[in-house]
Design a protein around this ligand. Sequence first.
Ligand SMILES: C[S@@+](CC[C@H](N)C(=O)[O-])C[C@H]1O[C@@H](n2cnc3c(N)ncnc32)[C@H](O)[C@@H]1O
Length: 341
Amino acid sequence: MKIRRHSKDYNFFGDTETGLTMRWGDSINANPEFAPWPELADISISNHCTKGCEFCYKGSTNNNSFMTIEQYEHVLSSMQSEKWGNVFQVALGGGEPLEHPNFIDIINITNEKGIVANFTTNGIHLNQDIVNNIKNKIGAVAISVNRIEELNIDKIKLLMDAGIKTNIHFVLDNKSIYEGIDILSGKYNDMLKGVNGVIFLTYKPKGRAGLDKCLDMDDVLNKFISLIDSNMASVRIGFDACFVPLLMKDTKVNVDYIDSCECGFFSVYIDEEMNVQPCSFANDDRFSYNLRNYDFNDIWTNKYSSYRKDIMQNNCKNKCTNKVNCRGKCVYYDSIAFCYK
Ligand SMILES: C[S@@+](CC[C@H](N)C(=O)[O-])C[C@H]1O[C@@H](n2cnc3c(N)ncnc32)[C@H](O)[C@@H]1O
C-alpha cells in the first residue's frame, strides 16, 4: 500500500510493503520542521518482562502489566485522523512484546489497519511457531543486547530464514562501547552476516539503568566516533537520535542521511497505560497526556507545539557546520548531551 500525505510545508510518501519512506518540505531539498500527523508511534504494549536486563530503562519486571487488546485498539483508533489517515508504522516495545498474551492479535490488528508493525525483543521467546505467525506481517524486528555474547544467532537465523528484516539494537554504555569498537572494526562481520543492521542506542540512565554506566566524552568514545567514517563492519550501521549531535559534529556522515531527534516532531510514544509522551525515554511528565482524557489531535497539534518550540530554540554554542540541522541538547538528559561537555 502506498501512503501519501501532502501539505504546503510537509510531504510524505511511504510504501508499507518495502518500508521505504520519503519526507520533504516545500521543496524536495527542504526538511519540514514537523509532521502535521506522526509517521511513527512507539507503543509500549506492556511493562511485563521476565528477563530483567540490567540496562532496561523501563525497569520492567514480571508484573503482568499489559495493555489490553481493547486499549490497543483504542490507541490505534485515536490516531486515525480524517485528514491524515493513521501513523505509517508502529514500533512495539514494552516490557517484552513476545510475553504479551495477545501479541499475534496485536500484529494482526495493526496490519488490518494498514499500519506497518515493527517490534523490539530480547529474543528469548522467538521460535518457529512465532516466526510462522508473523511472517509477511512485520516491517522489521530488533533484538536488544548490550553484549555480543548475549546474541543468540540461532534465534536470529529463524527470523532471517523467514525473510524477516532483523536488526540488532546494541545498547552503548561505557562498558559495551569496547565491543562497539570491535563491531565497527569488523571483528564480528561473520557472526552478523545476514543481519539488516546494527543500531547503536545511546544508553539512557532511567529505570534499572544507573548513571554509572553512561557514556562519557572520553578517549574511548572518541575512538568509537573516529571509527565511524572508516568502519570495517560489513553489516549496515545506524544510530539512535540521541547520537545525532555527535554524528553531525564529529563525523563526515552526509547530513542528508541523518534525521535529528524525531520525538514529538515526527514520532510519538504511548505507554501501556495510554499515556502519550514525545519520547519513550522521557523522564518527567511535562508533556504527558492520557488518551482517556485527551484527544490525540489536541495532544499532537496543540499540546506538543510548545514542546516543539522549546526544542527549536537550539542555544548550543558549538560552531558545527551542520548546526542548522541539529536540535541541540536533549530536553530530558543532561548526562548524554556530549557536545555540551
Ligand atoms: C525497554 S526495551 C523493551 C522491548 C524488549 N523487551 C527488548 O528487549 O527490546 C525497548 C527498547 O529500549 C532499548 N533500551 C533498553 N534500555 C535502554 C537504555 N537504558 N538506554 C537506551 N536504550 C535502551 C532496547 O534496546 C529496546 O530497543
